[in-house]
Design a protein around this ligand. Structure first.
Ligand code: ATP
Length: 119
């Protein structure tokens, strides 16, 4: 059954949900982002934000958590292939963290655009 087209897709989904659970269980930064995501979702209901605002907010949450997950994967690969100190590993980790920074700035701007007018 798992060797069919549909079976392989289902297996991929199973591994992806396992990976998402591992990120949420093991990674402090993702846990913090999940708490922020829950808080901002509660704020969305409290301030009764529009459908467009929900779309922007949901995309922002997904973007930050996705890039954080990729950043974690890059760090894990870097630690696995080269556990010792190396400038190149430092560069790889820093640019991966920089990608999270870009997404976080975008998410903060989106949050400001949605919530500042509501005060
Ligand atoms: N092996 C290494 N060689 C060179 N520099 C490193 C190395 N490991 C870490 N660094 C430097 O230290 C910084 C922090 O590394 P670390 O692995 O603790 O990342 P982190 O983002 O703090 O991880 P975590 O998200 O797990 O807390 C990196 O961004 C990099 O500048």
């Amino acid at each position: 059954m798992w060797n069919t087209y549909l079976g392989k897709r289902l297996l991929g989904f199973k591994y992806a949900t396992k990976g998402a659970w591992m990120l949420l269980k093991n990674e402090a930064s993702i846990q913090v982002q999940l708490v922020v995501a829950i808080g901002i979702t509660i704020a969305g209901f409290y301030y009764n934000i529009s459908t467009t605002e929900w779309i922007a907010q949901t995309l922002a949450i997904g973007l930050v958590m996705s890039i954080e997950g990729l950043n974690t994967a890059a760090e894990e690969i870097a630690n696995f292939v080269h556990p010792d100190f190396h400038n190149k590993i430092g560069y790889i980790k820093d640019v991966a963290a920089g990608a999270v920074f870009f997404s976080a700035i975008a998410a903060i701007i989106i949050a400001c655009l949605i919530y500042i007018p509501k005060f």
